[in-house]
Ligand binder design. Structure first.
Ligand code: IPM
Ligand code: MN
Length: 369
C-alpha cells in the first residue's frame, strides 16, 4: 500500500501563508509522482489569530501536533504584536515542548545564485550547521530587578546540561559520518587525512577562551564522543573566527555543530553567503518525535498578499521534511528542480525581482520536477 503522511501546516503571519501554499503544491506534485500521499491539516495560529482572540497558542496545541508525522511552518511575527510574544509563545514554545533539540540548517549555494563572496561558487559553499535548539540563553533563565532605575540588573543565563550537549553532538557526529563516506569523501580533506581514514569533518563552534564553563563542557564532550567516530576529523573554531572563515573560506566547512545562540547568529550570516533568506530552509528536529520544517526567514510583512515573495526556502523546507519522512527520492527531485530553476529561470532570489511571481515559482518547480 502507498504510504500516507499526516502533516500539520502552520502558515502563520505575513507572507508565511503564501510560501506555505507553494510548498504544499510542490509536495503534492512530488507525492503524486513518487507514489505516496500527504494529508494536510491547517492551524491558524499566529498574529491575526492572537489579535482576534487573545490566544497565542491553545493549551492543547502541543498535544494536537503530536498526532502528526511532521509540522510545516510558514513564518511567525507580526507588526501588530509586540516583539517576543509570538516568537516566544509559538515558535520557541513548540521547539521546546516538542523537544526539537536539533535545528538543522543546510548552507548551500545553488547554481546561478548571486554570491556576495568574491570568487566563491557552488563547489565552495556546501555545509550544514547543526544548531542545538533547546538550551542556552533561550531557556529564559534569569531575571530583572530594580527595573527602570539606574541600578537595574538584568541577567539571562547561558544554560547547558551534559545530556543536552551529548544528544546534540551525537546527532552531529552521525550526520557527519553519513554525509561523507569513503566513496564520497569531503572535498576539504588532504591526502594525509584520507590515509588516516577520515571521510568527513565536524567543526565545534564555541568560545572556549571566554565562556570557560559552558564551552569547556562542550569541548570535553566533543572529544570524548569523537573517539567513537574514527572517520570524522575533529575541528574547533571560536564563534568569531567561524564568522570570519564562513566569509573568507567557506570551503573549510563540512558540518558545524554549535550552541543555540551562536547557531542563530551564524546561520543568518551563512544564509546571506548562499543567496539569502529567500532560499534558506531549516528543520527543527526531534529524531524520536515530531519535527517541524520552516523557511528560516521572517514573515516579511511589507510583501504580504502581493504574490512577490520567494517561496524557494519554503519549498526546500518541504523537501527537507520529505527527506526526514524517508521520501528521499522525492526530496532529491524537489531540490534538483529548485537548482534547475535558480540556474536557468530565476533572475534573482529577492522579492519582486525574480522575474516570476510567488505562485509562478511554484509552477516552475512543479514543471521541472
Ligand atoms: C530563528 C529565529 C528565532 C530564533 C526567533 C524568531 C525567535 O531568529 O529561527 O533563527 O532566534 O531562533
Ligand atoms: Mn535567527
Amino acid at each position: 500500500m502507498a504510504k500516507s503522511y499526516k502533516i500539520a501546516t502552520l502558515p502563520g503571519d505575513g507572507t508565511g501563508p503564501e510560501v506555505v501554499a507553494q510548498g504544499v503544491r510542490v509536495i503534492e506534485a512530488a507525492a503524486k509522482k513518487f507514489g505516496f500521499s500527504v494529508d494536510f491539516t491547517e492551524f491558524n495560529w499566529g498574529g491575526d489569530n492572537y489579535v482576534k482572540t487573545g490566544v497565542v497558542l491553545p493549551d492543547d496545541a502541543v498535544e494536537q501536533l503530536k498526532k502528526f508525522d511532521a509540522v510545516f511552518l510558514g513564518a511567525i511575527g507580526s507588526p501588530k504584536v509586540a516583539p517576543g510574544i509570538l516568537e516566544k509563545g509559538i515558535l520557541l514554545k513548540l521547539r521546546f515542548e516538542l523537544d526539537q533539540y536539533i535545528n538543522l540548517r543546510p548552507v548551500k549555494l545553488y547554481p546561478g545564485v548571486d554570491c556576495p563572496l568574491k570568487d566563491k561558487g557552488p563547489e565552495d559553499i556546501d555545509y550544514v550547521v547543526v544548531r542545538e535548539n533547546t538550551g542556552d540563553v533561550y531557556t529564559g533563565m534569569g531575571g530583572v530587578s530594580m527595573k527602570g532605575t539606574s541600578d537595574e540588573v538584568a541577567i539571562q543565563e547561558m544554560v547547558y546540561t551534559r545530556a543536552q550537549v551529548d544528544r546534540c553532538l551525537k546527532y552531529a557526529f552521525e550526520l557527519a559520518a553519513k554525509r561523507h563516506t569513503k566513496e564520497n569523501p569531503w572535498r576539504g580533506l588532504s591526502e594525509e587525512d584520507k590515509k588516516a581514514g577520515y571521510t568527513s569533518q565536524l567543526t565545534l563552534c564555541g568560545k572556549t577562551n571566554v565562556l570557560t564553563y559552558v564551552f569547556n563542557l562542550w569541548e570535553r564532550a566533543f572529544h570524548e564522543m569523537g573517539k567513537n567516530y574514527p572517520t570524522v576529523k575533529l575541528n574547533y573554531c571560536h564563534v568569531d573566527a567561524t564568522c570570519m572563515w564562513m566569509v573568507k573560506n567557506p570551503e573549510w566547512f563540512d558540518v558545524i555543530v554549535t550552541s543555540n545562540m551562536f547557531g542563530d547568529i551564524i546561520t543568518d550570516l551563512a544564509a546571506m553567503t548562499s543567496g539569502g533568506m529567500g532560499i534558506s530552509a531549516g528543520g527543527n528536529l526531534n529524531p524520536e518525535g515530531v519535527s517541524m520544517f520552516e523557511p528560516i526567514g521572517g514573515s516579511a510583512p511589507k510583501y504580504t498578499g502581493m504574490n512577490v515573495i520567494n517561496p524557494c526556502a519554503a519549498i526546500l523546507a518541504g523537501a527537507m521534511m520529505l527527506e526526514h519522512l524517508g521520501e528521499t527520492e522525492a526530496a532529491k527531485a524537489i531540490e534538483k528542480s529548485v537548482a534547475y530553476c535558480t540556474e536557468n529561470k530565476l533572475k534573482s532570489l529577492s522579492a519582486g525581482k525574480m522575474g516570476y511571481s510567488t505562485s509562478g515559482v511554484g509552477d516552475l518547480v512543479i514543471e521541472n520536477l
